[in-house]
Design a protein around this ligand. Structure first.
Ligand SMILES: [Fe+2]
Ligand SMILES: [Fe+2]
Length: 151
């Protein structure tokens, strides 16, 4: 599997979780899903930042540098919303508003990664993309994550 395929798979999983939370009525279910989304997103953005983005940046084109810089800023905004979520009661209307904002942000971010960044990443070649996927998978399987470093 190529790195881009692994990341796309995780994108689909996260999108499915957002769909599910929209359809979930009870507060406890929503809170659980919110926790799942948080975990999935933290792991996903982390392996992108530690493994995938540096490889794309290594292509050393201006376009690659710009794309990575923008993506990192978007991750940062996602992080801010995620940090804020546990403070909001899932029954509060602000919870839904925050989930909607987060979902739209993620949609936009995923769209840019998949249409622009992943296309550019093809230049890394099949072998390198497979190698990156293996590294990301190994990273994913390593149990509980250490705390993220402050951005
Ligand atoms: Fe990302
Ligand atoms: Fe992503």
């Amino acid at each position: 599997m190529k790195a881009t395929e692994l990341l796309k798979k995780q994108h689909r999983e996260v999108k499915a979780m957002f769909k599910k939370v929209e359809k979930t009525e009870d507060a406890r279910g929503r809170k659980q899903l919110m926790e799942q989304i948080t975990q999935a997103l933290q792991l996903h953005t982390r392996i992108e930042e530690e493994i995938f983005y540096p490889a794309v940046r290594g292509l050393e084109t201006r376009k690659a540098q710009e794309m990575i810089a923008e993506a990192l800023e978007e991750h940062h905004v996602v992080d801010l919303v995620l940090k804020d979520l546990p403070n909001v009661d899932p029954d509060d209307e602000r919870f839904e508003a925050k989930m909607t904002v987060l979902s739209e942000l993620i949609e936009h971010h995923i769209e840019e990664e998949e249409t622009e960044m992943f296309k550019l990443a093809e230049r890394l070649g099949k072998d390198e993309l497979e190698n990156l996927a293996a590294r990301m998978e190994a990273r994913t399987g390593k149990g509980p994550m250490r705390g993220r470093q402050a951005a």
